[in-house]
Write a protein that binds this ligand. Structure first.
Ligand code: MGD
Ligand code: MGD
Ligand code: MO
Length: 763
């Protein structure tokens, strides 16, 4: 690569973590104008006595008494607890059309929302309204619909169990299961795929299992940026000599080497610890092939071992007692050629055999995975093949082994557990009937893709969002934006201003709510909320800062206000009683979901409690009562029909963002500074198109399911260590390239990480 790089692009050679991370925290604190109060805020995060960092869903170690350092947790907290505010004066000063021209970063960086606001189309301004009026408009709007299925109710995964439970109760009492949810864009492939494999749609490991495992397989996640507290765990495992085998198209710095800010020696000596023992740069979308290759190598080793008179390498006792479906899997893997595996994965047979040998040698294996596995048209199958791989040697349901999906939002898993689902089970309907005396409809509702489609074609006319930035998070930006502008009623419960709020319909309302850091005082006194982490641990969180203004309400209070205005006293639900004391909400959650028995007692124990995950104890809640090997489709279907110059685009989070929230313009570990308008490409792919590092390019979608043109123009190509055939750009900018219809048929998860595209020189 030439030494003259495009502007803002550097070769980043330092380890992840270390002093760079500490410097970034200091910068976040000063930018949010909270230097004085900020460090106190940080010290309270993720402590056992009860504050849950909204940064991610990685669990807290029980034994940590002091603040666990995490750069991006610090950014999440300082971003929320900023001293900046936007109230009526701000909105009087700026029209919505003007705000539309601002960047996503600038919109949110204005600070916390402080007043309920109603959009006035004539003036093109948001105007303050009082809460009673806001609730009245919402109640009126929802009551005016022909039927409840014309409304959509979105949940983003920051909402607490208490807020989400009240939200689903309100919506079910109103009469629909239209629950599009951020999980639909995230780990839905896990929620849909794993129950069929192992009887539960959640991870099976606990944090302690990492102390006992003797190999870790990591697929498609970037913990140095998105789950930084996980780095402490990986750092410890690596120092213990545990092989860590990574499958990721990009060489993510933290997975290569990491300096732990908790380690005084590494900090003092500027040294670091290598994390991955082997780094396999699989092609974007090549995991199905890689997993089939790994299993093929395991089967071959088993055959040869047995032919030589040995016991083989499969865990036969486990397979016989606990599983079904092995023959069918074996047949599929036998029918898959190494040639196809190598072609589709981009990895050599030797590399895959080497990784399989590590797997075979290890007694206890944990497999971790993130969006690189789930966000594909075959995301559900990816997840199931990963489960297959673990099951072959009994690596699920015992100490030191298991499957570990890395959830995104801090309570995305909990929201699903307490009833945010478009497909209610009979048990859920029974539970609500038991607790509240009415039986909600069982009609299947909409997931996120179906909700946007329904809004676009006019079948849905109202949208209420409990947090998030739905329009920007979803694929097909232009299509989604058009849809949002057709709404009769759109309501956003939010902490900060974002672009979804600017996509106004007939009646558009923004309601300011408390965040996780704010002290929530109700009639009975200060309240705690509860959340469930990636490992099914439920624990309490209490805010500790004075809320940013007099007028903000808690999310439960806003849901109760909407419910009363819409439902009156339908079904005699005691909304006010539950709001006065969140213990009463938890008492009801426990009636609906018996797994929460003694909720209020158990959640007050330090560290909280774990929900039942049958598979962790080898209880398989599948129809057969056994763990089930599932067969995925053949590799030849991948990319069938695409032209020879097609590339696969994957979309990534930069180090300075939280989903659609852009904290800053740097992506330090990838060597990108002050810009996001870049696309990472292999140098040979550039050369093959007559392009060079730094050239301006356009990206066109090759999705063939409709005639709608999709693309982005004027991006800068950056030569990068990424497999040939794969390119990468940033989320959410690249959503303009992704078709709504390009999603996993089984789970509805958009194929954000496997987008067929063509790259051209900019005109
Ligand atoms: N600071 C911060 N923390 C966050 C978030 C955030 O935006 N910022 N978001 C939160 C949320 S909601 C979520 S879901 C998680 C997301 O956490 P991750 O799952 O880590 O998210 P991504 O950045 O989308 O990228 C995942 C990784 O997958 C790799 N990858 C891309 N395509 C493929 C592929 O086809 N195969 C394989 N094997 N790998 C691939 C990418 O190179 C990248 O390293 O993080 C949560 N935590
Ligand atoms: N191309 C591409 N698209 C993707 C992804 C990808 O990898 N690539 N990832 C997908 C994934 S995994 C996810 S989870 C979605 C994320 O989708 P969302 O969850 O909808 O998006 P966020 O950006 O997390 O939402 C940010 C907004 O939430 C509000 N907010 C923050 N805290 C609170 C709070 O405590 N309460 C309330 N009520 N509001 C709050 C603020 O107003 C802020 O502007 O995006 C998806 N979209
Ligand atoms: Mo997510």
């Amino acid at each position: 690569m030439s030494s003259k790089r495009p502007s803002g692009i550097k070769n980043y050679d330092a380890p992840a973590g270390g002093w760079g991370a500490l410097r970034a925290v200091a910068k976040a604190l000063s930018q949010q104008q909270i230097v004085a109060q900020g460090s106190a805020t940080l010290l309270k995060a993720n402590q056992a006595e009860g504050f849950d960092c909204p940064g991610c869903a990685w669990p807290d170690p029980k034994h940590t008494s002091s603040f666990e350092f995490c750069e991006n947790g610090a950014k999440a907290i300082t971003w929320e607890s900023t001293a900046k505010r936007i109230g009526p004066e701000f909105f009087a000063e700026h029209t919505v059309s003007e705000l539309w021209t601002w960047t996503d970063h600038k919109l949110e960086d204005q600070g916390r929302l402080t007043h309920p606001m109603l959009y006035d189309a004539k003036l093109d301004h948001y105007q303050p309204i009082d809460w009673a009026e806001a609730f009245r408009l919402i109640g009126e709007g929802l009551s005016a619909l022909d039927n409840p299925h014309q409304a959509e109710f979105y949940t983003s995964g920051r909402a607490s169990n208490e807020a989400a439970f009240l939200f689903q109760l309100f919506v079910r009492a109103y009469g629909t299961n239209n629950f599009p949810d951020c999980s639909n864009m995230c780990h839905e492939a896990t929620s849909v795929g794993l129950p069929k494999s192992i009887g539960v749609g959640k991870g099976t490991v606990l944090l302690e299992d990492f102390d006992h495992c003797d190999a870790i397989f990591s697929f498609g996640h970037n913990p140095g940026t998105n789950h930084p507290r996980m780095m402490a765990t990986l750092h410890e495992a690596a120092r213990r000599g545990v092989p860590i085998i990574v499958f990721n198209p990009l060489k993510e710095r933290a997975l290569e080497k990491f300096a732990s800010p908790q380690d005084p020696v590494e900090m003092a000596t500027f040294s670091s610890t290598p994390i991955a023992s082997a780094y396999h740069q699989v092609k974007a979308g090549g995991d199905l092939a890689a997993l089939k290759g790994l299993m093929k190598a395991v089967f071959e080793r088993d055959d040869s071992g047995r032919a030589a008179g040995g016991p083989g390498v499969l865990d036969r006792d486990f397979l016989t007692e606990h599983t079904i479906g092995l023959e069918a899997l074996r047949k599929d893997i036998d029918a898959t050629s190494w040639q196809a595996i190598v072609l589709k994965s981009g990895l050599t047979e030797e590399a895959l055999r080497g990784a399989a040998d590590v797997y075979i040698k290890a007694k206890k294996v944990i497999a971790c995975y993130g969006m690189g596995i789930t966000q594909h048209a075959h995301g559900t199958e990816n997840v199931q093949q990963l489960a297959n791989f673990l099951l072959l040697r009994g690596n699920i349901g015992r100490e030191g082994a298991g499957i570990c999906p890395l959830r995104g939002h801090s309570n995305v898993q909990g929201d699903r557990t307490v009833g945010i689902t478009e497909i209610p089970t009979p048990a859920l309907l029974d539970g609500i009937e038991r607790a509240f005396g009415f039986r909600p409809t069982g009609d299947k509702g909409h997931n996120a893709v179906e909700a946007v489609d329904a809004i676009n074609d006019g079948t849905s006319k109202a949208l209420i969002c409990l947090g998030g930035n739905l329009a920007v998070a979803m694929p097909d930006t232009e299509y989604t934006f058009e849809a949002m502008r057709k709404l009769d009623l759109s309501v956003h419960i939010a902490t900060k201003l974002n672009r979804s709020h600017l996509l106004t319909g007939k009646t558009t309302i923004v309601l300011p709510c408390f965040g996780r850091t704010d002290l929530d005082v109700q009639a009975s006194g200060p309240q705690s909320v509860t959340v469930e982490d990636s490992m099914s641990m439920v624990h309490a969180s209490r805010g500790f800062l004075n809320p940013p203004g007099e007028l903000l309400l808690s999310e439960p209070a806003i849901v109760v206000g909407m419910a009363k205005a819409t439902l009156g006293d339908r079904y005699g639900i005691d909304w006010e009683g539950m709001l006065a004391n969140y213990d009463r909400i938890r008492d009801k959650i426990e009636v609906v979901f018996p797994d929460f028995a003694d909720y209020n007692t158990r959640v007050r124990v330090k560290g909280g409690f774990r929900l039942t995950v049958g598979a962790s104890n080898r209880v398989w809640n599948t129809p057969s009562g056994k763990a089930t090997f599932l067969v995925a489709r053949g590799l030849e279907e991948d990319g069938a029909g695409l032209s020879a110059d097609a590339l696969v685009l994957t979309t990534l989070r930069a180090h300075d963002q939280y989903n659609t929230t852009i904290y800053g313009m740097d992506d330090r570990y990838r060597g990108v500074f002050g810009r996001r308008d870049v696309v990472f490409m292999n140098a040979e792919d550039l050369a093959a198109r007559g392009l060079a590092d730094g050239d301006r390019i356009d990206i066109r979608s090759l999705f063939s399911g409709d005639d709608r043109p999709r693309g982005v123009t004027g991006y800068t190509a950056v030569a990068y260590d990424i497999p040939r055939g794969s390119i990468a750009g940033y989320y959410p900018e690249m959503n303009a390239v992704i078709a709504m219809a390009d999603h996993d048929r089984r789970s509805g998860t958009p194929a954000y990480k496997g987008v067929p595209v063509r790259v051209l020189r900019s005109a």
